[in-house]
Design a protein around this ligand. Sequence first.
Ligand code: SAM
Length: 249
Amino acid sequence: MRFDILTLFPDMFTGPLSESIMKRAQVAGLVEVNLWNIRDFATDKHRQVDDSPFGGGAGMVLKPEPMYRAVEAVREQAGAGSQDSPIYLLSPQGQVFDQEMAKQMSNLTQMTLICGHYEGFDERIRRLATAEVSIGDFVLTGGELPAMLIIDAVTRLLPGVLDSDSPLDDSLYNGLLEYPQYTRPRVFRNMEVPEVLLSGHHEKIRQWRRRESLFRTWQRRPDLLKRMADRLTEQDRKWLAEFADAADE
Ligand code: SAM
């Protein structure tokens, strides 16, 4: 997977990309992250990338020319295969990023992420984008943190990045929140690990985890249950009815 990031602040990426799993994925050649400084594509002598908005108003707006040139440079370097790959504009006005989107993105071989800054983009920059992506209903100072978040969420889904099958158990991967996890010690300050997890009985453990996953989702995120209603089994529905009955008592 190749990520091309267009940003005014490439140094912001150094820490998050050079530690832990992100670092290992790059060293193993599973992921390549190319940082493009938009300022390098400004042609005037001050290398200006922003300007004040027509019509007045506060703040500065990113100019279209450097951004178009930067995208053309990415396309040229990434080669013929990249012509159809998506260009995502990070924006609080976009579709909100979620695990489903991360899964879809993990099937790509290349994507370009455009990070805005200041007051945002000249409207013509939006035409470059395949889609606008938001990371939530709040406004940040720039698109760098959103880009890092997307790179992280997508990278950990790529085959070979994590040692085990663990993304399959993660919260939200199968539409539910993850079940509770425990490790040693068996008893900590009078808090005990549920007996079933020590039983060695794989089917009972699987069932317990599924039920706990459902319970947690029912308690905390009933909206998720509605979304995955068609994927609930008969047993799932029985458990959900039990939770509702217990709550009514
Ligand atoms: N005035 C812009 C608007 O209302 O759409 C917001 C500009 S914001 C201060 C600067 C940049 O940060 C945006 O262009 C975008 O790239 C990024 N950004 C801010 N909040 C974001 C969010 N929730 N998701 C994705 N990107 C965001």
